[in-house]
Write a protein that binds this ligand. Structure first.
Ligand code: NAG
Ligand code: NAG
Ligand code: NAG
Ligand code: NAG
Length: 456
């Protein structure tokens, strides 16, 4: 029987890949589970069964027709990815199973506890860093509106050394990973798509559902790189830190949600940083505020032992207050000691306006909309991110160290020192080799109205 030509043609047409960020079919995605607590005004908390997914930037991206990597060692394969359009059409984002999470990415969750390892070796490959998102269901991120609420979590980061950032934070990602807004994105939240933050990262392999492959430049080291596009959105950094220093920060953007930026607009290719977002943000870091003896190994808050971090978001004022619990004792954040700073141990409008002046930093916070923007971000749904990472761009010196101009920290002017680490010690290759066992353990995440999550 002679096949009908029309039928053949339509089969061929259907087999042509559509230009879209698609999921792979070789390895089913199996999300690790993570319980958290949703608390009520009466102080009772209910367990919520959540799931975690790893950011697509860590996933295997390969030729839809087989096993060939589209991307490896910092480079896109030019045979598969000539243009952004055919790269997006030809490549898929693969799923990860339980063993991939545990032995490949170094993510281990049980009950309400999850640990993230800086470095994980398996067979002949290794993984460095990771970034995970909390989901409410298989293909939708859990979102939180912070205003009027508080967040509590326990953290054990005694092995997280200088140059490493263990982070737990909220960003203005789309709850579906951008599937609806960017029809090119067919993978969605299930595959960890749609990351953005206030640094408008250009290191993302997918932006707005398309590969960021055209104009991609590999990093000097490691397996990353940077493309022409970046993804910006506001961020409330509940926690950036390690065993030596930590901070919380309100990092806002001119808009509320995910936005694709291009080249100079993302703030990397030029000095005339278009102020889409304030990537440093209004920060509260006890060390930087002039209280170097508060946080660290064997200090007032002893990072050699687990502790609880409680953060309150006052709906009326927008003020963000913080206290810790360790060994059953409540430990308040210390007050700033530098002259000219308000006597407020919180993120407040006064602190956010005054500290850049006293620290000689420039008005980025005000330029992207100031306190109004901060308050607006606290009133919108945000996605919860957990990560562990080294940083090729600034060695994480913005968290724990002093930039070369001011080293050593004891002589640095107000605000120029963020922690007691030497900036040279944050070099990623060194950190990854020296601290192979660095691991952060997050547990017992609680969310609810102010006063509902802890009893002290
Ligand atoms: C991608 O598109 C370019 C330009 O149209 C073409 O030259 C190239 O052969 C295509 N590559 C693949 C792998 O489809
Ligand atoms: C994962 O965590 C469990 C429970 O804490 C532990 O028994 C197990 O050894 C861990 N596995 C890995 C690979 O770290
Ligand atoms: C912390 O204190 C304990 C007990 O006094 C001591 O054994 C340990 O060496 C100290 N560690 C550091 C890093 O200071
Ligand atoms: C919020 O912070 C401001 C300083 O910017 C302070 O005057 C006010 O009392 C604080 N409000 C609350 C409720 O803490």
């Amino acid at each position: 029987m002679r096949p009908a030509l029309g039928l053949l043609l339509s089969i061929t047409a259907a087999a042509l890949p559509a230009a879209a960020q698609k999921p792979g079919t070789l390895n089913p995605e199996v999300h690790p589970k993570l319980q958290w607590n949703s608390c009520s005004a009466d102080g009772s908390c209910a367990k919520v069964q959540g799931e975690l997914t790893i950011d697509d930037n860590w996933r295997w991206v390969h030729d839809a027709k087989g096993y060939t990597n589209c991307y490896s060692d910092g480079r896109w394969d030019s045979r598969i990815c000539t243009t952004e359009a055919n790269c997006t059409a030809n490549c898929v984002v693969e799923g990860a199973n339980r063993d991939d999470y545990r032995y490949g990415y170094g993510v281990n969750s049980t009950g309400d506890t999850v640990s993230l390892r800086l470095w994980t070796g398996r067979d002949f490959s290794s993984n460095v860093n990771s970034r995970l998102f909390l989901l409410e269901s298989e293909d939708k991120y859990q979102t939180f509106t912070l205003a009027g609420n508080e967040v509590a979590f326990d953290v054990d980061l005694g092995s997280v050394e200088c140059g490493i950032n263990a982070a737990l934070y909220f960003v203005g990602m789309e709850a579906d990973g951008g599937k609806k807004r960017f029809p090119d994105n067919e993978a969605g939240a299930k595959y960890g798509t749609g990351y953005c933050d206030a640094s408008c990262p250009m290191s993302l392999r997918f932006v707005g559902g398309k590969t960021n492959s055209e104009g991609w430049r590999p990093d000097e080291y490691g397996s990353g790189g940077q493309g022409y596009y970046g993804a910006c959105c506001p961020e409330f950094a509940l926690w950036n830190g390690n065993a030596h220093s930590s901070l919380m920060a309100s990092r806002n953007c001119v808009m509320d949600n995910y936005r694709v930026c291009e080249a100079a607009e993302c703030g990397v290719y030029s000095d005339s940083r278009f102020p889409t977002c304030d990537s440093w943000g209004c920060r509260y870091n006890a060390f930087q505020m002039g209280a170097p003896d508060f946080y660290g190994k064997n200090k007032t808050l002893n990072t050699l032992q687990k502790f609880t971090v409680v953060t309150r978001f006052d709906a009326q004022s927008g003020n963000v207050t913080r206290f810790y619990i360790q060994d059953g004792k409540k430990i308040e954040l210390p007050f700033p000691t530098w002259e000219g700073l308000p006597q407020q141990n919180a993120i407040t409008e006064d602190v956010c306006i005054k500290s850049p002046e006293v620290f000689d930093e420039g008005p980025a916070f005000v330029n992207v909309g100031g306190w109004q923007r901060h308050r607006s971000v606290l009133n919108q749904p945000l996605v919860l991110v957990m990560s562990i990472s080294t940083n090729y761009w600034d060695y994480n010196a913005n968290i724990d160290s002093t930039y070369p101009d001011w080293d050593p920290w004891q002589t640095a002017p107000p605000g120029k020192s963020n922690g007691p680490c030497y900036w040279e010690d944050g070099r990623p290759e060194d950190v990854q080799a020296r601290y192979r066992n660095a691991k952060v353990v997050w547990s017992n995440i609680r969310f609810g109205p102010i006063g509902s999550t802890v009893k002290v």
